[in-house]
Design a protein around this ligand. Structure first.
Ligand SMILES: NC(=O)C1=CN([C@@H]2O[C@H](COP(=O)(O)OP(=O)(O)OC[C@H]3O[C@@H](n4cnc5c(N)ncnc54)[C@H](O)[C@@H]3O)[C@@H](O)[C@H]2O)C=CC1
Ligand SMILES: O=C(O)[C@H]1O[C@H](OP(=O)(O)OP(=O)(O)OC[C@H]2O[C@@H](n3ccc(=O)[nH]c3=O)[C@H](O)[C@@H]2O)[C@H](O)[C@@H](O)[C@@H]1O
Length: 436
């Protein structure tokens, strides 16, 4: 099938390449000429495992192309829209400027019978607002939210846990759902749940899923706060409650909390939308989820300050990690960089390292010092702070090796990813997040 994908960022570039990899003929369209140039050469413009391979295969096969020219969308049967929906500059609500601009730019190239499938995460009601503009062309607007995780985006796109498509009522909606079923034929064929809903439900499913994940993380971080004043161990607690299949162990990783381009802005946008709908109290707990999450960053900074005798001023601190999570170069709302910036603000001599995210970090936070080499960061540091659990820090760094690099013997484990006993046995002062 011929497809277009409008917006080729973390979501759209992967979607375009993945759709080509399952046999579709795909054109990716973006306003960012630099990104398009890289993609057109088969180069991933950001770090995402496996993306480079399916991009270059797609380009070589002739089934995948990228352009800045929206006219290239003409003739595609399905047009996916995956442009950004960031937090507004002066508020919590989602900024829908890009979604509106993308749909308006696409409309002149739509033909009767086309399907426009929104993939961006939007406040409930957005699809209803956009429908008249799309319907005027004879095309059908559906909402097909995306659940991929960065770092696993290729796999999650090709083989998702479930597919959700919100469609308008009646035959038009049923036909559009059948077309989406065809688009995703390999996953549907192997029994992946394919849920057809109305538009509002599909929009809500997405924000509800992210709100639930954020709640799970802040729940365990709230337990970490209690563990900190009682001497309990939140990682053992998480293991113990996680054995209950109704609870599950995943997303009970306590530490410096969640960040990224989605969970933080999505729970804020959800709160803002609920307030607009007069139901702010229904999701008032999300404000608390956000507050707990932000407190964990404060806690990590406090641990560094306390462990260095009450001040970090002029002291060298190695920050291991900059990306918001491993297997990604994404630094949007990264807790890791937030901790680094705050320590720098307190006068510490901060040196940041990360296997993939240094270029992005340097662009946004040029005031920090960076090194691509983990050992150079640790060398002569008075305290070492692990804030992104890359294998380079979690698995490969031993206390014995770190001891050869610095006489400082303080490690703050912002992700509870290290073996506390091993570090203490080697003579280090170890601080976890909610672990004694
Ligand atoms: N990053 C992720 O893991 C996931 C993101 N989402 C949602 O997908 C949407 C996109 O997110 P990301 O890909 O992370 O953002 P991004 O910022 O990486 O990519 C957005 C892209 O849209 C392009 N764009 C903006 N206006 C345009 C226009 N008028 N025409 C064509 N292209 C335009 C930008 O140049 C940019 O390349 C957001 O709503 C996000 O919440 C949903 C699930 C996963
Ligand atoms: O809407 C989105 O964009 C996506 O948001 C998240 O995916 P992602 O942001 O890529 O990353 P996650 O793996 O969810 O991690 C988010 C943050 O939570 C943190 N986290 C995660 C798990 C955990 O136990 N503890 C914890 O602090 C991570 O370090 C990271 O900062 C969701 O998991 C995806 O399903 C969703 O599609």
């Amino acid at each position: 099938m011929r497809l277009s994908v409008v917006g080729c960022g973390y979501l759209g570039a992967v979607h375009a390449a993945a759709m080509a990899s399952i046999g579709h003929e795909v054109v990716g369209i973006d306003v960012d000429a630099v990104k398009v140039a890289a993609l057109a050469e088969g180069r991933a413009p950001f770090f995402e495992p496996g993306l480079g391979e399916i991009l270059s295969e797609g380009i070589a096969s002739g089934r995948l192309s990228f352009t800045t020219d929206m006219a290239a969308a003409k003739g595609a049967a399905v047009h996916f829209v995956g442009v950004g929906t960031p937090q507004q500059k002066d508020g919590y609500a989602a900024d829908l400027t890009y979604v509106h601009a993308a749909v308006d730019a696409l409309v002149p190239f739509l033909s009767p019978g086309d399907v426009v499938a929104g993939k961006s995460t939007v406040p409930v009601g957005t699809a209803a607002d956009l429908t008249p503009r799309v319907a005027a062309t004879g095309a059908t607007l559906v909402w097909n939210p995306e659940f991929l995780r960065e770092g696993w985006a290729v796999q999650d796109t090709i083989d998702p846990d479930r597919l959700v498509v919100g469609v308008p009522a009646g035959d038009e909606g049923a036909r559009a759902a059948d077309i989406l079923r065809d688009v995703y034929h390999p996953a549907v064929g192997k029994g992946t749940p394919f849920l057809v809903t109305d538009l509002a439900t599909a929009e809500l499913v997405k924000v509800a899923a992210n709100a639930f994940l954020a709640t799970k993380i802040s729940f365990i971080n709230a337990m970490a706060e209690i563990a900190e004043v009682t001497g309990a161990d939140v990682t053992q607690l998480a293991d113990a409650i996680g054995h209950d299949a109704r609870i599950g162990r995943r997303f009970l990783g306590a530490g410096i909390g969640f960040g990224g381009g989605c969970l933080p802005k999505d729970i804020r946008a959800f709160s803002a939308r609920a307030e607009e709908l007069g139901r702010g109290e229904s999701v008032a707990f999300l404000r608390e989820i956000d507050a707990i999450n932000m407190r964990r960053r404060d806690r990590a900074v406090d641990l560094v300050v306390q462990s260095l005798g009450g001040t970090v001023y002029g002291k060298r601190v190695a920050v291991l990690g900059a990306a918001f999570k491993p297997h990604s170069d994404d630094i949007r709302d990264s807790p890791a960089l937030d901790v680094a910036v705050r320590l720098k603000g307190l006068g510490a001599d901060v040196i940041v390292t990360d296997p993939e995210a240094i270029d992005n970090s340097r662009r946004i936070h040029p005031q920090l010092d960076y090194t691509p080499h983990r050992d150079d960061a640790i060398r002569d540091a008075e305290a070492v702070v692990v804030v992104t659990e890359w294998d380079e820090y979690r698995k490969d760094l031993t206390p014995q090796h770190a001891s050869t690099l610095t006489a400082g013997r303080i490690i703050i484990d912002g992700r509870n990813c290290l073996d506390a006993t091993a570090w203490r046995t080697a003579g280090w002062t170890y601080h976890g997040m909610g672990r004694p």
